[in-house]
Structure formats: C-alpha cells, structure tokens
Design a protein around this ligand. Structure first.
Ligand code: INI
Length: 161
C-alpha cells in the first residue's frame, strides 16, 4: 500500500493570501490569523504575497490569476459574508465558494476557503480570533498541508489556466 498525507511544514512554500476588504473589521483579523499560521509553520515572510479584493465575490478572479502565475504553491482566500448585512448573501457566498473550488480544480493549485459565511456579525467575530478560533489561521494551515500533499502525489490531469 502507498499512503500519502501532507505535513504542516511550510518551509520553502510560496503562499498568496487574497483578502476581501468588505467587512474588513473581520477580514483584517482573518488575515492576521493566516499570517500568524504561515509564520508558525515555517513559511518565510518573503515568500508570502497579500492581495486585496473589494469583496468575496471578487476573490475567485484574483485567486485564479495568482494560482495560474506559477509563482505560488497555494492560495488562501479570506472574506466575511454576513447574512444580516445583505439580501444577496446566498449569491455572494455561493458564487465565491463555487468560484474558488473551480480555481483549484482548473489550476491544480490548492485554494483554501477562509471565507466566513455567518448569520450575524457576532458569529463572524467569534470565528475571527475570539471564541471559535480564527478561521484565517485554519485556512492557512490547510493550504500548507494541501501544498505538501500535492507535492507528494503523482502529477497530472489539471488544466494549466
Ligand atoms: N461582500 C463580502 O465580502 N461580504 C458581504 O457580506 C457582502 N455583502 O454584504 O453584500 C459583500 N458584497 C460585495 C460583493 O462581494 C462584491 O464586492 C460586490 O457585489 C461587487 O461585485
């Protein structure tokens, strides 16, 4: 049997953080959590790119450009879509999630989903570094593990965008 599992060792990895400005009270905290996770897991600060998008709806296009650039091993997307604050919550959140999944399947570069989708601002705050941890931190750790796993797995299949 051959078994594969990614490690959480980030040494040598190049990572892009794509952060939505909408609800930046929350997304700033997610970004801080993601940067903390990368540093704690050995990713060199000079190997990290940060790009800001206007909102969660724009994250997939920015992620696609970076993933297709050949310059990053993983992309971490950060945003906060809060139901109370929008009538088109489902559209923004759904298109963001579907778009990001498409980017990783099309490019073969892992894209971690660090986008909060909550009913209230309070729930978002809880997940951005208070009661319920920091989902930006968690997404960055996922990105490291996926980048390492993909480094080990047999190559092939993905479209080069
Ligand atoms: N963008 C978010 O990231 N979070 C939200 O909660 C949100 N709301 O409430 O609408 C939101 N809207 C903006 C959207 O992402 C686009 O930037 C906008 O529609 C322009 O394309």
């Amino acid at each position: 049997m051959t078994s594969y599992e990614g490690t959480r060792r980030g040494e040598g990895l190049r990572v892009a953080l794509v952060c939505a400005r909408f609800n930046d009270l929350i997304t700033d905290r997610l970004l801080a959590g993601a940067r903390d996770a990368l540093a704690r897991h050995g990713v060199d600060e000079d190997s990290v790119i940060v790009a800001w998008a206007p909102g969660a709806f724009e994250l997939p296009l920015v992620a696609q450009r970076l993933a297709a650039s050949g310059e990053v091993d993983a992309v971490v997307c950060l945003g906060a879509v809060i139901r109370g604050a929008t009538g088109h919550y489902e559209l923004v959140a759904g298109q963001c999630a579907a778009g990001l999944q498409r980017v990783q399947l099309d490019t073969g570069v892992p894209v971690a989903f660090g986008v909060l989708t909550t009913d209230t601002v309070e729930q978002a705050i809880e997940r951005a570094g208070t009661k319920a941890g920091n989902k930006g931190f968690d997404a960055a750790v996922t990105a490291i593990e996926m980048a390492d796993l993909l480094r080990q797995l047999p190559k092939g299949g993905e479209r080069s965008a």
